[in-house]
Design a protein around this ligand. Sequence first.
Ligand SMILES: C[S@@+](CC[C@H](N)C(=O)[O-])C[C@H]1O[C@@H](n2cnc3c(N)ncnc32)[C@H](O)[C@@H]1O
Length: 289
Amino acid sequence: MAKKQKYIDLGERGRLNLNNKLNDLTGKEWIKFTKSWFIHRPVRRNGKEILHPAKFPESLVKEFILFFTKKNQWVLDPFLGSGSALIASGETNRNAVGIELSKKYFDISKARIEQNKFKSSIIPILGNSLNIKKLLAGKNFRNLKFDYVITSPPYWNQLERNSMRQSGRKKMGLDTKYSENGEDIGNLTDYDEFIEQQAKIFDEVYDVTKDNGYLTIITNNIYYKKKLYPLAFDTAISLTKRKSKSWVLKDEKIWLQDDKALIALGINNAWVGNRHHQYCLIFRKEKNG
Ligand SMILES: C[S@@+](CC[C@H](N)C(=O)[O-])C[C@H]1O[C@@H](n2cnc3c(N)ncnc32)[C@H](O)[C@@H]1O
């Protein structure tokens, strides 16, 4: 017999189904999030997080966390950067672990977390995400499995490019690469090697994710030396074709950045696009994946 549905009326927010397995959203909020694109205009960054060359906005991460988890569940970000995913988790009463290779960004995340005094457990770890299981064991989290993973890996060598945005940061004395560390996958010069190393990190992530847990990767295709590298598409393909530990690709959500200024790229000469969107790839760990 079908399960009897029980609802609570949350007024403007809509009706909350008490049998909702995935999140604490009402039906109205659930449907709104399922649109394949969204416009998100974050407030301008300030404070120390401006030092990080590729931070994603907490407000954006929060919307994903609210959709893919319930209160008190566990979130992982294996490329923590300046800590957005941990801050968003703390602000939504989720527990979270973030792993970051660079000591400089790890320190920025740690300081931001300490300022906030969250009620949930918010744990930044310094280290290489190729060793997630070891790093978790080192913090007495040997058996921890995450309900949800959200992250943004380096966009291959994107920061190496001599783009106009990068020269602007250089002039202000801000970082234009994450680190000189050989373990930073953003320092790999070969594109195919980058795709494989990135996939190996998501093999580790697979092992520490609950069955049926979701993974969101924010990434993009990138233009380099006069051609487009389909990084977002290759990321999707590489994670779904592992020997074991294959993720199931469920969808993409496209973040439209309609607040970025248009730049005269290739004008009167040849096609160079103004790339004003990013891909949020949604995967799931499914038993027969
Ligand atoms: C695109 S940024 C993440 C930005 C982050 N979402 C934020 O909002 O600040 C990628 C981060 O991955 C880190 N990283 C690169 N290789 C890594 C590795 N092997 N293990 C852990 N972190 C790594 C870099 O230092 C960088 O901070």
